[in-house]
Design a protein around this ligand. Structure first.
Ligand code: ADP
Ligand code: MG
Length: 198
């Protein structure tokens, strides 16, 4: 018996957390809600397999935190398991962004109230920053995931029929409707291939 290589362990555990397009959208929406967003735009291209983008007007991510924002088990939401007694956020495991980086190409653009301009970060498969540049967005965070599951043919294959793809869009729509009901004060817009679905 042999232990699997670290990169394989990472890919397999990430694919347990990020199992579908809808699971990416769920994690990103919850991060936006945790950041106090009142406006969230979800955009998919080609059922989410070419592009999933979630833009919010929340508090943004501080430049100091950017190097670890997509590192697994880094979170701003709890300090230790004792904090689980009084959770006020959806997230706390610090696994979502890191897992998405492992199964897609990820860009994060963010700006806090204290920043003069937004910064776009390009991340690698282990959640490290490859490059960064100034950009023009307002306060908040935009996470873009490109080419989901390109390195996981088994997951991709599951969506090889038009029926499965359409079902996935319906699931995203239902998820967003549910958050809309839970958070009536938050504006949530859903666009697929430039068509507004909600
Ligand atoms: P978790 O939500 O469990 O903390 P994530 O991997 O989803 O873990 O996110 C890691 C961290 O990145 C969060 O703790 C938060 O500090 C920051 N973050 C992620 N998305 C956003 C966002 N949309 N707005 C502000 N901060 C964010
Ligand atoms: Mg999260």
């Amino acid at each position: 018996m042999k232990q699997l290589p670290a990169a394989t362990i990472r890919l397999l555990s990430s694919s347990q957390i990020i199992t579908s397009v809808v699971s990416v959208v769920k994690e990103l929406i919850e991060n936006s809600l945790d950041a106090g967003a009142t406006s969230i735009d979800v955009k998919l291209e080609n059922y989410g397999f070419d592009k999933i983008e979630v833009r919010d007007n929340g508090e943004g991510i501080k430049a100091d935190d950017a190097p670890v924002m997509a590192m697994k088990y880094y979170t701003s939401k709890i300090r230790s398991h004792e904090d689980l007694e009084n959770l006020t956020t959806y997230g706390f495991r610090g696994e979502a962004l890191g897992s998405i980086c492992c199964v897609a190409e990820v860009l994060i653009t963010t700006r806090t109230a204290a920043d003069n301009f937004s910064t776009q970060y390009v991340l690698d498969g282990s959640g490290h920053i490859i490059s960064q540049k100034p950009s023009h967005l307002g306060q908040g965070t935009t996470v873009t995931a490109l080419r989901l599951f390109k390195n996981l043919p088994v997951r991709k294959q599951f969506y090889s029929t038009a029926k499965k793809c359409k079902e996935e869009i319906k699931k995203v729509q239902d998820l967003l409707i549910n958050y809309g009901i839970l958070k009536p004060d938050v504006r949530i817009v859903f666009v697929h291939n430039k068509h507004c679905l909600q």
